[in-house]
Design a protein around this ligand. Structure first.
Ligand SMILES: [Zn+2]
Length: 482
C-alpha cells in the first residue's frame, strides 16, 4: 500500500484515466501520465517577478507590479542586486504577509548567492514560514573541468550537499542551482551531470542561458535533456552591458526580443518537456542595485515588452505544430528535404585526409581565423557546392550563401548533418566543425535577422573548396583506422 500522497494521485490518474495496469507501469510512464492532464491546453509560461529588476525600490512599490507582468509571485532578492529580502525581514513576518495578501500575491522563490548551498539552514526556515518552495543559489567547486574530472567533482559537490538537502526536504524547499560562469556548474555538461546524479527531487536547476553558449540549438537540446529538473528558466540572454557600463540601449540587449538569441527553439523545447517550473524575464543592470530603467512603470513596461515577444514565439510554435498536424503530405519537422536534383552523388574512400599547408593547418587544425576581406570565396556567387578542404565532405550549397558584408563567406543553412556545432573555447561563441573530419570551419551566429532563416555560418574560405556545378565532386575521405 503506497503511502505518499503524490503516488496515490498518480496511481489514481493512471488507473482511472488510462487504465494501465499498475503492475507493469514504470515510474517513467507514471510521470508521463501525470503530465497528460495538461494536454489539450496550450502551453504557457508561469512567470515570477524577480524583485531586483526594480533595484532597491520598496516592496510596497514592487508588489502591485506582480500582476501587471502576468506573474503569479515574486522572487525575493537580497543586496546587492536588490534589497527586498532585507526589507521583508525588517518589516516582520506579519506585516509582510499582510502586504502580500493585499496584493494577492506570494513569495515563490528566494535568491541567495551569498549564503551559498551549504549556508541555507535559516533561509529554509524563513521560506517555510512564507510558504515559499524554491531557493536559488550557486554551486561550489572548481571551474573549467571536463569529462571524468567534471563528473567526479559534481558527484563530490552533491555528496557534500546531502545533509543540506535533507534539511531542505524537511522544510519542503527545493534548492535550485543556477549555472554560472565562475564555478563548477558552468557548462551544459555540468548541468547534465547535476541532473543525472541528483539524489533528491529537492535539488533542481535554475537555467540561465546568459551564462551558456548563445546558440538556440545547443540551448534547446540542453532544455530537452534537463526536462523538469529545471525549477526556474531565466528568459535572459548574453549581452555586453551586464558587466561594464554601456549605454542603456546596449544594456537592454540581455532582454528577450532585444538581443540576438532566438527564443523560439528554447520555448519549443520547454513546451516539449511540458515545463512546469517558473520563468523569470531577467537582466542585470550596471551598477547593481539600480532599477533596470528609471521608473517602476518603465521597468514593468520593459518586462512586458519581452513577455509579448515570448508570447509571439509561443504563438509561432503553436501555429507550426498546427500546420504540421493539418498537413496531409510534405515533410515532417522544420527542415524542407533536399530535392533530388540538388543531390550530387559522391564516392567515399577510406584513406588519409588531404595534406594541408601551413596556412590551412593554422585555421583547420588550430581554430585559426583568416583575415576578413573580399578574397577567397567571400564574393563567390557561382552555383555549386562548398566541400571540406581536409576531407572533401559536402558542407554548403551555393544557394544558401548570402552577402553578409562581414568579410567572410556566409551561409544561412548547411547541408543536413554536415556541420557540427560546439562551444567555442571562449565559452560564448559557437564553433562549427566538419562533421566528418572535425576540421574547424568558423562560427555560427543566430538572431541577426540577416536572412529569413536568421542564421549566419561565418566560414573561413581556406577551410573549404568550391566545386562548380557540373564539375565532379572528389570522393569524401573517411579516415583509415590507425
Ligand atoms: Zn572535413
Amino acid at each position: 500500500m503506497p503511502t505518499a500522497s503524490a503516488m496515490n494521485r498518480r496511481q489514481a490518474l493512471v488507473s482511472g484515466a488510462a487504465g494501465i495496469s499498475l503492475a507493469t507501469t514504470t515510474s517513467q510512464q507514471l510521470l508521463a501520465e501525470d503530465t497528460k492532464s495538461e494536454d489539450g491546453e496550450p502551453f504557457e509560461l508561469k512567470y515570477l517577478l524577480p524583485s531586483c529588476m526594480y533595484g532597491y525600490s520598496t516592496l510596497a512599490e514592487i508588489l502591485p507590479e506582480v500582476s501587471k507582468i502576468g506573474a503569479i509571485g515574486i522572487d525575493l532578492w537580497p543586496k546587492v542586486h536588490g534589497n527586498q529580502r532585507e526589507q521583508a525581514s525588517e518589516m516582520g513576518e506579519a506585516a509582510f504577509s499582510a502586504l502580500l495578501r493585499k496584493n494577492k500575491t506570494s513569495v515563490e522563490c528566494i535568491t541567495q548567492y551569498k549564503l551559498g548551498p551549504f549556508g541555507l539552514k535559516e533561509e529554509f526556515r524563513y521560506a517555510k514560514l512564507l510558504g515559499c518552495k524554491t531557493i536559488v543559489t550557486g554551486a561550489v567547486g572548481p571551474r573549467g573541468l571536463r569529462g571524468k574530472a567534471l563528473k567526479t567533482a559534481v558527484g563530490q559537490f552533491i555528496e557534500t550537499l546531502k545533509p543540506h538537502l535533507a534539511a531542505a526536504e524537511e522544510s519542503g524547499v527545493t534548492i535550485a542551482i543556477e549555472n554560472h560562469g565562475n564555478n563548477l556548474i558552468e557548462s551544459p555538461d555540468s548541468l547534465k551531470w547535476l541532473m543525472e546524479l541528483r539524489p533528491s527531487d529537492n535539488l533542481k536547476i535554475a537555467l540561465a542561458p546568459y551564462h551558456l553558449p548563445q546558440d538556440s540549438v545547443i540551448l534547446s537540446d540542453l532544455i530537452r535533456s534537463l526536462g523538469n529538473s529545471m525549477a526556474i528558466f531565466y528568459a535572459w540572454q548574453y549581452g555586453m552591458g551586464c558587466m561594464e557600463k554601456l549605454p542603456k540601449s546596449r544594456e537592454l540587449l540581455q532582454m528577450p526580443g532585444r538581443g540576438r538569441l532566438n527564443f523560439v527553439p528554447l520555448l519549443a523545447a520547454l513546451k516539449d518537456v511540458k515545463f512546469r517550473g517558473w520563468t523569470e524575464i531577467f537582466m542585470h543592470p550596471v551598477p547593481r542595485g539600480l532599477p533596470i530603467l528609471d521608473s517602476t512603470a518603465s521597468v514593468t513596461a520593459e518586462i512586458n515588452r519581452s513577455r509579448s515577444y515570448l508570447s509571439t514565439c509561443l504563438e509561432s510554435i503553436e501555429n507550426q505544430s498546427n500546420s504540421r498536424d493539418n498537413a496531409t503530405a510534405g515533410t515532417p519537422g522544420g527542415k524542407p528535404k533536399m530535392t533530388d536534383d540538388k543531390k550530387q552523388t559522391q564516392k567515399v574512400v577510406f584513406d588519409d585526409y588531404n595534406k594541408l599547408n601551413q596556412r590551412e593547418a593554422y585555421v583547420i587544425l588550430n581554430q585559426g581565423t583568416e583575415p576578413a576581406g573580399p578574397g577567397g570565396y567571400t564574393m563567390t556567387k557561382d552555383p555549386g557546392t562548398y566541400i571540406c578542404r581536409q576531407c572533401n565532405a559536402q558542407l554548403y550549397k551555393a544557394e544558401d550563401k548570402f552577402e553578409s558584408h562581414c568579410g567572410w563567406p556566409s551561409f544561412d543553412d548547411e547541408i543536413e548533418g554536415a556541420v557540427t556545432r560546439r562551444v567555442d573555447t571562449d565559452g560564448y561563441r559557437v564553433e562549427i566543425v566538419c562533421s566528418n573530419c572535425n576540421g574547424h570551419l568558423g562560427h555560427v551566429f543566430e538572431g541577426e535577422r540577416m536572412t529569413a532563416k536568421n542564421t549566419r555560418h561565418c566560414v573561413n574560405s581556406i577551410s573549404m573548396k568550391f566545386i562548380k556545378k557540373g564539375q565532379e565532386l572528389p570522393a569524401k575521405i573517411v579516415k583509415k583506422k590507425d
